[in-house]
Design a protein around this ligand. Structure first.
Ligand code: ARG
Length: 460
């Protein structure tokens, strides 16, 4: 009845608005390479099992490759009337190679085709993102090693807590990203399963060799239930959840970089080329990159929510609802790729202002816990030591003087257990060196963790 590939049963052409409303080519054209890759494997398999002649498969494959070339050189005009990337390419194939092109779709539906395309696309995207994650992790390891002995205040409640090393702080980010990397790798296993052969929903009567197609496409296995394979997008949701965590980590990282570059902290400087200025205030150097990454976390969280809501309560099997899976998924990958790239480029170039951190660590009584621990070693119960040091801090607050700046006699007024060796533990160096436990902030421990991490990265 019309020029549609499915036009046979229709008595009138599609309403022009409906045609545009239901089309996905505006965004799913991005799947073209994987759509063609899947079609080439499908055609190869059809010949392998004798459904197509070798000659027919050859013609189809050559046609598909030529179409890819047309797309990549901008010679193919996507058509909204042809709805999506799958039908655009199939129509173009038929136009190009004639009757034999009509045989490609044997034993296949767009439902298993699109599920396959997304999995192939996402698998490549995961590999790209994993590599960017690794690049950022390498940058963190280098920075942590360089600053393994640099002392800064550690915070809880954003109030000065205890001295830590900058290297230790960087390694905290490293660990978060390490779990993110593992989550992507785990998700990839479930992405890497092939739906082809499920056809529309029930499977196909043709004797397709699904294992052969899967092997051609590098899939780890094939799906075991056709209804499930064409309809569930849990693998995309899982990926978006892993992505939301990556962004959550980057947003925490961003928040600290923003705080630290402020005049009030002054702990670090970002290179000028990663910052922008103000159109009115001449002095401004704004940390736009971390701010944007912090902001973009919102859209990635939103994409996860969108996909969960999209999937919720869909009856089996495929529903057109699922066409809405692509934009949130694409946007998640794009946002992650941009954010990780920006961070991987920026982190190795962070300038650390050790003096400012040193100054800050001497305010806020960062070694108060060390004094309490000192008293415990001299025989006092910890709860009593806590009380004694609390009183010393109170005096320090009133007189504007840090514990390490008080003289021995002043300190001894709080406890006769205090002797001249107390000043060893009141220094930030002594404080961090004392925390030489696995996972602690002592430079020797941090350097060990860095070495272990380097080995792990080399092995993976
Ligand atoms: N463009 C569709 C999608 O993205 C492809 C599958 C369409 N299948 C169908 N029976 N209408 O989901």
């Amino acid at each position: 009845a019309q020029d549609k590939l499915w036009g046979g049963r229709f008595a009138e052409p599609t309403d022009a608005f409906v045609e545009a409303f239901t089309a996905s080519i505006r965004f799913d054209w991005r799947l073209y390479r994987h759509d063609i890759q899947g079609s080439i494997a499908h055609a190869t398999m059809l010949a392998h099992v004798g459904i197509l002649s070798a000659e027919e498969a050859q013609q189809i494959i050559a046609g598909l490759k030529a179409i890819q070339e047309d797309i990549e050189t901008g010679r193919l005009q996507w058509s909204v009337a042809l709805e999506d990337v799958h039908m655009n390419i199939e129509s173009r194939l038929i136009e190009r190679i004639g009757e034999v092109g009509k045989k490609l779709h044997t034993g296949r539906s767009r439902n298993d085709q699109v599920a396959t395309d997304i999995r192939l696309w996402l698998r490549d995207s995961i590999d790209l993102l994993s590599a960017e994650l690794r690049r950022l992790q390498q940058g963190l390891l280098d920075l942590a090693e360089r600053e393994a002995h640099t002392i800064m205040p550690g915070f809880t409640h954003l109030q000065t807590a205890q001295p830590i090393t900058f290297g230790h702080h960087m390694m905290a980010w490293f660990e978060m990203l390490e779990r993110d990397h593992a989550r992507l790798a785990d998700c990839r296993k479930r992405v890497n399963i092939m739906p082809l052969g499920s056809a529309a929903l029930a499977g196909t009567p043709y004797p397709l060799d699904r294992h052969y197609t899967a092997e051609l496409l590098g899939f780890e296995g094939i799906s075991d239930n056709s209804l499930d394979a064409v309809s569930d997008r849990d693998f995309a949701i899982e990926f978006c959840a892993a992505g939301a965590l990556i962004m959550t980590h980057l947003s925490r990282f961003s928040e600290e970089l923003i705080l630290w570059t402020s005049a009030q902290f002054g702990f670090i400087q970002l290179p000028d080329r990663f910052c922008t200025g103000s159109s009115i205030m001449p002095q401004k150097k704004n940390p736009d990159v971390p701010e944007l990454v912090r902001g973009k976390t919102g859209r990635v969280n939103g994409n996860l929510t969108a996909l969960l809501t999209l999937m919720k309560a869909q009856p089996l099997a495929y529903n057109k609802d699922n066409q809405e899976d692509k934009e949130p998924l694409f946007d998640t990958v794009d946002t992650l790729a941009g954010s990780l790239r920006a961070f991987a480029d920026m982190v190795p170039n962070i300038h650390v202002c050790a003096d400012a951190m040193r100054l800050a660590v001497n305010q806020g009584f960062a070694t108060a816990t060390d004094l309490a621990d000192y008293l415990v070693r001299k025989g006092m119960a910890f709860r009593d030591a806590h009380e004694v040091v609390g009183r010393a801090v109170k005096l320090g607050v009133d007189t504007g003087c840090d514990l390490s700046q008080m003289d021995l006699k002043e300190l001894q007024a709080f406890s006769s257990l205090i002797e001249a060796d107390v000043f060893d533990v009141l220094t930030p160096e002594g404080s961090v060196a004392a925390r030489s436990i696995h996972g602690g902030t002592a430079p020797e421990q941090v350097l060990k963790r860095i070495q272990e991490a380097r080995n792990r990265l080399k092995a993976s």
